[in-house]
Design a protein around this ligand. Sequence first.
Ligand code: ATP
Ligand code: XMP
Ligand code: GLN
Ligand code: MG
Length: 526
Amino acid sequence: MSVTVEEVSAVFDTILVLDFGSQYSHLITRRLREFNVYTEMLPCTQKISELSWKPKGIILSGGPYSVYEEGSPHVDHAIFDLGVPILGICYGMQELAWINGKGVARGEKREYGPATLDVQDQSCPLFKDVDHSQVWMSHGDKLSALPTGFTTVATSDNSPFAAIAHKTEKIYGIQFHPEVTHTAKGNLLLRNFAVDICKANQNWTMANFIDTEISRIRTLVGPTAEVIGAVSGGVDSTVAAKLLSIAIGERFHAIYVDNGVMRKNETETVHKTLTEGLGINLTVVDASEEFLGKLKGVTDPEKKRKIIGNTFIEVFERQAALIQPKSGEEIEFLLQGTLYPDVIESISFKGPSHTIKTHHNVGGLLDDMKLKLIEPLRELFKDEVRALGEIMEIPHDLVWRHPFPGPGLAIRVLGEVTPAQVKIAREADFIFIEEIKKAGLYREISQAFAALLPVKSVGVMGDQRTYEQVIALRAIETTDFMTADWFVFEASFLKRVASRIVNEVDGVARVTYDITSKPPATVEWE
Ligand SMILES: Nc1ncnc2c1ncn2[C@@H]1O[C@H](COP(=O)(O)OP(=O)(O)OP(=O)(O)O)[C@@H](O)[C@H]1O
Ligand SMILES: O=c1[nH]c(=O)c2[nH+]cn([C@@H]3O[C@H](COP(=O)(O)O)[C@@H](O)[C@H]3O)c2[nH]1
Ligand SMILES: NC(=O)CC[C@H](N)C(=O)O
Ligand SMILES: [Mg+2]
């Protein structure tokens, strides 16, 4: 028997962003959701007839191509038959012009940076309260003529067609980017479009999402089937597990694997919080010896990742096989903590970005396990997951936890991973994080940790010459982990941490602080 489960976009009023490959496209989605309008992004090649829901409005994003070039992407003209408002941004506006008269050409010079907007037509609802503000331009092509049926709504010094609007339909084009923060009133403009012009309901809140999602899970799973899921104690898997546990109770089986390279006290804390605190049906598997045994003698970072990923799958599958569903049937579903950025990445018009490190998750389980997937967070950004966690009363500490990589301390112990080395990295990390929390800096920092370098250095302690290893501290600020800046601590803070680590952790003679940004460095040392 198959059940139909409504998509989120069929339940909430949805603005559809069609992506032409701009680096800013996902920001459009984020901005609209920030004022509680549900927004989804699909590739610009999406066939409208294949959509199972009707958007309240459509936004055409920017993109790196030129509309007049052969092979450049074009939108399905059926968007005009939907009778919903349309907003074209940069390439998106050029696409509207190309469809309505082809007046787009290479400009004499590129325009990149701030410009001041002059609104000519004050009655245009898109520009309500937006006049004379700074906007951000990033283009080389421009409109050479007004498209058929359009008028000029706003100009700037370099762009005689900074904004255009159709005379009778609700179709708008803007040359600048409202989604970037350099456009002072960009949020307001997007709000004017989504709320005033498209009349989208501002009901996208996690409080509303939670009920829809729980009933969606119940419909999908049905009255008797059971679900398994790997839970790390990280925010994504915990929030997903809590949702499942609210929806189907004991029929959800969470499995946490202690791989021997977790942080100090982690296994105990996760166990206690998830079972006693959150009432999740959790099994803790201690597989540390198995993992550490397989890591023996291995120094190559990618090999470490592969060994941990593969062992993880073996342990998980072994454990899953032990679960006997009450129904007498087999386990039917697997929970995954997939987030919206992963979805965007996989549907991106540009194709998935270049993989620098093979970040594993439990994706490898699927092929032979024949389980159906449940991904309750696949519509959410990380900040939405955190908001959802707060609503479900998951402890703050867990909701705001820095991400922790699946291979754990194994990629923070550079070189061979031995129990002795893991212990040093674990103790140093614990002190660093403890001091960060004491200083009230934990929430300001996106991720912080200590890495153990496989080099020895000379030191002196109590008149004795020492010859021990080096700890590198890393703390970064970032919004998306694709780029990151190192965090600027007060000198006194670093002094305190260094002194504690050298004094309290056996085997460390020296502490350094990593002051490299990403790029060129990555967040992790391996
Ligand atoms: N030690 C572990 N035990 C069980 N599952 C794990 C473990 N480590 C990772 N996983 C699984 O791999 C997935 C991916 O891990 P990842 O670190 O990306 O996400 P997370 O731990 O849920 O959240 P965060 O990004 O905040 O750490 C997890 O959601 C979880 O399903
Ligand atoms: O689950 C994971 N498995 C991995 O192998 C892995 N390597 C890096 N990371 C995390 O990804 C983010 C970006 O890290 P990098 O700049 O080092 O690639 C940071 O948050 C890193 O901690 C991993 N996460
Ligand atoms: N940011 C954009 O959308 C740029 C559009 C187009 N490629 C141009 O250079 O004008
Ligand atoms: Mg994690």
